[in-house]
Design a protein around this ligand. Structure first.
Ligand code: C5P
Length: 293
């Protein structure tokens, strides 16, 4: 489960397992912790950009939890659910930047380019303080996974103060005006289906990475999306995050998440050049509203 915050601070909730049939298809037996149903029919690595874009448009519309869905009912939740939709809160967006947390952003000098977008999404604990030359300053949305929420390891000092029991509810009390949305489980499992449909091997039955979910969110909200250091540039490095000294290649190529296959898929729908990837770590994607399917 992931949560989306408008601007500078973060939040989400525990992930209901994938039970039954999110996409409408029942193919194969549920497997793994989340009970994902593996797709066994129709996998292909040769679909065109247009076919993949139309699959994303049809199968992965942005869906957030509404009051009354699953466990989200009662007074506390009533107070914490925003009255406006995410689209209404943000308004129309032409150009958007997705800033992964990859170590390869260090020394990129991409900050001014990233900030020139109408909206910028960042992930989990990624801070801009001290790194604005490379990652920019602007944060329009922060997408946070439940692990970060439950550990309270967000970049907000105020959020850290809420650490303890029910950090989510406590945080919402501190920031009742901050629009906070919880992505519906169907969103990331439907995204998982599109990744599996376009990968011949079985992919791990775990949700797509937070970064991949953020790309899909922004493709739903924006006309054009620039993604930074999801496909690694010449600066590729084992440094996991630009903001901390931890080295592991699995952050870039994945182990828990089907990241290798996420990245292959994004490479297939990239409208930018190979030089942009090599020099800038930049992928350019059409927003889903721009595709006629
Ligand atoms: O590690 P974390 O999930 O907070 O990072 C945010 C996202 O950035 C990841 O989910 C992944 O999509 C992307 N990332 C990456 N390469 C890295 C680190 C993060 O592509 N080295």
């Amino acid at each position: 489960q992931s949560g989306l915050y408008r601007h500078s601070t973060d939040q989400p909730v525990a992930c209901p397992p994938r039970t039954g049939n999110v996409s409408g298809d029942v193919r194969g037996k549920p497997s793994g912790y989340f009970g994902v149903r593996r797709m066994v029919e129709g996998r292909s690595e040769n679909r065109t950009r247009k076919e993949i874009m139309c699959a994303l448009k049809k199968q992965v519309p942005l869906s957030v939890m509404k009051l009354g869905d699953g466990p989200f009912s009662g007074d506390e939740w009533e107070r914490s659910f925003p009255s406006k939709s995410l689209e209404e809160t943000l308004g129309p967006l032409r150009s958007c930047a997705v800033v992964t947390s990859a170590g390869a952003l260090l020394n990129s000098g991409l900050g001014p380019e990233i900030d020139s977008h109408d909206a910028v999404i960042r992930f989990n604990s990624a801070t801009t303080t001290g790194y604005s030359q490379d990652v920019g300053n602007k944060t329009t949305i922060r997408l946070v996974n439940s692990k970060v929420e439950l550990s309270g390891s967000s970049p907000s000092d105020l959020y850290r103060e809420t650490k303890g029991t029910s950090p989510h509810i406590q945080y919402r009390k501190l920031f009742p005006e901050q629009p906070f949305y919880i992505l519906g489980p169907a969103f990331h499992w439907n995204l998982w289906d599109v990744i599996q449909d376009n990968s011949v091997p079985n992919i791990v039955p775990n949700p797509p990475s937070t970064g991949m979910q953020g790309i899909a969110v922004m493709m739903n909200l924006c006309e054009k999306v620039s993604v930074y250091e999801f496909l690694p540039s010449h600066r590729r490095t084992s440094l996991c995050h630009y903001y901390e000294k931890h080295h592991s290649w699995s952050c870039t190529v994945g182990s828990y998440h089907p990241m290798k296959f996420e990245k292959l898929l994004i490479g297939r729908i990239n409208q930018g050049s190979d030089e942009d990837i090599a020099a800038l770590g930049k992928v350019t994607l059409n927003g889903l509203s721009q595709e006629k399917c």
